[in-house]
Design a protein around this ligand. Structure first.
Ligand SMILES: O=C(O)CCC(=O)C(=O)O
Length: 339
């Protein structure tokens, strides 16, 4: 398989370790540099929602609906994914990135491949040609018909088992979230899921590997964006780095051990006709430690059309978004074209 010959950020990080220097393509313009644009001494109180069995469902629906409208981001604690399942997912992901470079390149995204799956370093075109201080691995984890094992690491050996186990539990949490969000809009509990692909909803896992960076004041991991997905469910390691934008300022998000971070994605904003909001976020990097994160993007199948749900629009509240195929939405977003 022919793969892109590009320098991985992990290697650049190793070479820059003893220097107080990073290549210019990683140095952000001043209006993006974390040292200039981050609000210090203030951590936003992003909603934390407790999925403990004792919590009444109506209350959960209300809390999730409020968080989705006001924040577009919240953390879930006491969810149903056992801590050891998450720890195993993280362990095998870390072990993959610690392999020798040539062993990782075996599953690199092939040159010219229109898909997104595989190991790589650059994904979105950034307008100013800047690069994120991050390498990544993308592969679908569900449904089985969407899984291409050619992009799953063979090493470590337990990679597949750990990921399949995580995906099994994750689906239950995702179904709950979609149900509560549907009810929070006054819809039937399965209406959101049906609108965005039903059982064919694709679960795309990404592993972000942000190596230590000698100039975390100047670089970003991933630049500001909203997710294209319906919903993103993310677990980070214990190195903080997620930031959200509120009133034009950037704030650090508190790390809560074992919590799931939930992002409302663009497709959810569209289906809800703007009631639920996709939140602008970005990541910073650390001088000494490697940050990692495991977002799973819940995405409609490529050919599936998504638009505002008919029941949510009327004369007083007309459709704010066009109905379009998810593949077309993605193309416009990745190429910075109007939707
Ligand atoms: O690493 C994180 O916490 C966020 C990652 C992210 O936003 C992305 O990969 O799109």
């Amino acid at each position: 398989m022919e793969t892109a010959i590009e320098q991985r950020v992990q290697k650049i990080a190793l070479n820059s370790k003893t220097k107080d220097y990073i290549p210019s393509e990683f140095i952000r313009l001043e209006n993006e540099q974390p040292s200039i644009t981050t609000v210090r001494g203030s951590i936003l109180q992003i909603p934390t929602i407790d999925f403990n069995d004792d919590v009444d469902e109506e209350k959960l629906v209300q809390m999730i609906s409020n968080a989705s409208q006001e924040w577009g981001l919240f953390q879930v604690i006491n969810h149903g994914i056992p801590n050891d399942v998450i720890a195993n997912l993280q362990k095998v992901g870390r072990e993959f990135f610690e392999l020798k470079q040539e062993e990782k390149e075996v599953i690199a995204k092939p040159i010219g491949d229109k898909g997104i799956e595989g190991y790589g370093s650059k994904f979105k075109k950034e307008v100013d040609g800047k690069k994120g201080w991050v390498d990544h691995l993308f592969h679908n984890v569900w449904p089985i018909s969407a899984v291409n094992y050619q992009f799953w690491p063979n090493k470590p050996q337990s990679y597949r088992e750990a990921n399949e186990e995580y995906a099994k539990y994750l689906r239950k949490e995702a179904n709950k979230l979609l149900k509560y969000m549907s009810k929070g809009l006054g819809l039937e509990e399965n209406e959101i899921q049906e609108t965005c692909g039903g059982d064919e909803l694709v679960y795309l896992l990404k592993i972000n590997y942000y190596p230590p960076c000698p100039r975390p004041d100047l670089a970003l991991g991933v630049a500001a964006h909203t997710d294209m997905s319906v919903l993103t469910i993310l677990v980070p390691n214990d190195v903080p780095g997620l930031q959200v934008s509120r009133d034009g300022l950037w704030y650090n998000v508190k790390y809560i051990p074992n919590a799931l971070i939930i992002h409302i994605g663009d497709q959810m904003e569209i289906m809800s006709n703007g009631k639920y909001k996709a939140m602008l976020h970005r990541t910073t990097v650390d001088k000494e430690r490697t940050r990692m994160s495991w977002p799973v993007f819940l995405e409609p199948p490529s050919e599936h059309e998504v638009g505002p749900i008919a029941k949510l629009i009327n004369d007083k509240n007309p459709a704010k978004y066009k109905k379009k195929k998810y593949s077309d939405f993605k193309y416009c977003k990745l190429n910075k074209l109007p939707q």
